[in-house]
Write a protein that binds this ligand. Sequence first.
Ligand code: NA7
Length: 530
Amino acid sequence: MPSEFDVVVVGAGFAGLYMLKRLREQGWRAIVFEAGDGVGGTWYWNRYPGARCDVPSIEYSFSFDPELEQEWDWKERYATQPEILAYLEHVAERYDLYRDIRLRTRVESAHFDESSGRWEVKTDDGETTMARYVVMATGCLSSANMPDIPGRDSFEGDTYHTGRWPHHKVDFTGKRVAVIGTGSSGIQSIPLLAEEAEQLTVFQRTPNYSVPAHNQDHTPEYMQAVKDEYRAIRAENRVSPIGFGGRVRPAEANAMDLTPEQRAVELEKRWEEGGLTFLAAFMDVVFNPEANAQVADFVRRKIASIVDDPEVAAMLSPDTYIGCKRLCVDTGYFATFNRPNVRLVDLRKTPIVQITPSGVRTSDETFEFDAIVFATGFDAMTGTLLRIDIQGRDGKTLKEAWAEGPKTYLGLSVPDFPNMFIITGPGSPSVLTNMVTSIEQHVEWITDCINKMRDEGRRTIEAKPEDAEQWVAYVNQIAGFTLYTNCNSWYLGANIPGKPRVFMPLFGFNTYEDVCKNVVEDDYRGFVRV
Ligand code: NA7
């Protein structure tokens, strides 16, 4: 006999944990299925050396309970993966969530049963669960991308992916190590791997912009000052376009309205402050190519000043718009290339031809390695959802529905998939924001929505196809005002061969939240509710 619940939640990261807490408070019977051995989602899997959040720790945390934020002391400006994981485990224990979380249980399929108006969810332990609602709390960066390089599996040394790092300490002492990929995960791990490995060879396809983290320990006085003002900080984040940085000086001018000297002063100040809000130096950085070029040039000059060898500095200098791929935040990344045991290989000049049993062959050279680290990212935003066999009305699969790219209404709901919600799905601000702010907003919206369904005695809710079409067009129209669509980023699905190129996240958290509220006030405009 299948088990019966009101709601199945898939995933026990930030999103799944808060979803469960909230559902339980509202009297729903919910169960969470989680493939990992523990809670934490992204922060459970990404255990590579140097893994940290690039949003300040005091903001990358739950705001839903003032007591929780008062009792937790964040140790550093940017929290490490172990600290974030410990926080999420604390949350799971504090609210007694574990009793409704089934760990080591992967959801294989979710089919909507037309006659009962319920979802039939099958898990890899052979169990079937029926539920009125399904909430996909599956995360945006949870399906590791292992590129299909010829000979990949023939390598006889050790192979790692940053997003699937072992749970034990990996010791690279005395080893010849390759890193493939220079996104955020590569940029965070390379300085630490270089300290340990005998030789580190970095295979770079696209150079990336990175700004210094200037990470530091929090003093007790600083944490107390934050706690004294926490409510105000949270409120500011909730009306910010990126869901954090409410206390950071906002941009005051367009870059091109300033003199070169004024621009340099502002950029130097931001560089010294460190962090992602470097991009907020001027109002037009992500909108105006000329303004963007000023900021990009500044970073390229910084790279040239840090890296001793001009040829290596040139290889490390990005030539795309800054911010177009997610900006990275590092500790000593560029300086790492001054170490005698570190070498950079430019794959645009000499691509990888093959992985061999003993290493890597490029068009120019053969390398021998003891270990290869794939820092090659994720099938972002849609990968995890599409790996589950999800079927809505009339057996329509999510794969079919999204053949030309993801189509959602508000990033929350998909036509023909009634009573299924996605937390921070494609078409919502998600990865262009502080994920925790976006997650909280979605969890609260979904709970309010299904509470209202219950109050009104309704059985199903689903997005109207025409509203989803319009929403996708709107998301792309907004993206079109920015420079975000101009490079091969995972925002666009361009990192995965064959993936449709559609800009997936929506720029502007605060305006998005207003739209979500208006939809509700307008009697769930764009949804069919029965
Ligand atoms: P990213 O940012 O997607 O970076 C992946 C890197 O791997 C990037 O440099 C890619 O080059 C490179 N890559 C991917 N496939 C290949 C192949 N086949 N050959 C060589 N190089 C390859 O993933 P991260 O894990 O670093 O970061 C993801 C997010 O996590 C990040 O944005 C933060 O939000 C946190 P490319 O640029 O595609 O040429």
